[in-house]
Design a protein around this ligand. Structure first.
Ligand SMILES: [Zn+2]
Length: 272
């Protein structure tokens, strides 16, 4: 899918909502005792904060709104604008950088204003024998040699995970380009999964269970859970699909995840 621009007009289109000043540390847990949070939602010109809040009201899902550096947020000033705009609303605020090296454009002071930073490994430089930068969410991602791709992809995953830049959540874990996705269970060997879990564990990163891609799968979640990693639910949506979380809820139930298995942003937000 395409990563859309966060357009300033979104702020205007959203309008201001009257908030009741009730302080509450989230959270709707539902019958299975895991938090109904979708920490990975983007705003667009056609999907604004009002739309998100209306879904939240209907579903009791707690949302986190993300923005990608380079797409409307390029420096401290634009990041703080984004934060200031969302602060009055009962949502978390997250940053989703796409490539290592991103943090040089921001001070740690401005980065401390967001609730979490999520990064995935979907932008793979030199990802095939043609020297192309692969954006593996695109269905036409070209993989010439699956084994070679996996080597490059693993190295890129580890680069994202081991990076010294700030990071809270590892997004889209284990996602594969569509042309090799049918081989998911053989390509994701136990050894490769363990490398990813160990790297995430070393930095105490949370693992996103991604609703759009249906990743990661049960075996990975169980391995990560046994080793004490926390999880988040994320849809990476920018439309009415936000907060559905059907895959997340299904697999969390199957893996018996409970509230202690989840990452919660620290900030106490005002709930309407
Ligand atoms: Zn995203």
């Amino acid at each position: 899918m395409e990563r859309r621009l966060f357009i300033k007009n979104t702020a205007l289109a959203g309008g201001m909502m009257a908030m009741s000043p009730i302080l509450s540390n989230l959270n709707s847990f539902g019958e299975n005792d895991f938090p109904l949070m979708d920490l990975h939602v983007h705003l667009t010109n056609n999907f604004n904060i009002k739309d998100v809040l209306s879904i939240a009201k209907k579903t009791k899902v707690q949302f986190g709104i993300m923005v990608n550096p380079g797409y409307g947020v390029n420096d401290d000033a634009s990041l703080l604008n984004f934060v200031d705009y969302l602060r009055p609303y009962p949502v978390y605020i997250g940053l989703q950088p796409m490539s290592p090296g991103w943090s040089k454009d921001f001070t740690s002071k401005s980065l401390s204003q967001v609730d979490y930073i999520l990064m995935d490994s979907q932008t793979v430089p030199n990802g095939n024998g043609y020297g192309e930068t692969l954006r593996i969410w695109n269905f036409d991602t070209y993989v010439d040699d699956p084994d070679k791709f996996m080597e490059i992809y693993m190295a890129h995953n580890l680069e994202v995970l081991n990076n010294s830049e700030p990071l809270t959540i590892f997004g889209w874990p284990l996602f594969l380009p569509v042309c090799i996705a049918r081989d998911y269970y053989s390509l994701w060997t136990k050894e490769r999964m363990q490398q990813i879990i160990s790297a995430a564990k070393k930095r105490n990163l949370a693992i996103e269970i991604n609703d759009m891609s249906h990743t990661p799968h049960e075996a990975f979640i169980n391995m990560a859970k046994e080793q004490g990693l926390k999880f988040t639910f994320g849809s990476d949506t920018r439309d009415q699909k936000a907060g559905r979380l059907d895959y997340c809820k299904y697999i969390a139930k199957k893996c018996n995840l409970k509230r202690d298995d989840f990452f919660f942003p620290k900030r106490i937000i005002k709930k309407s």
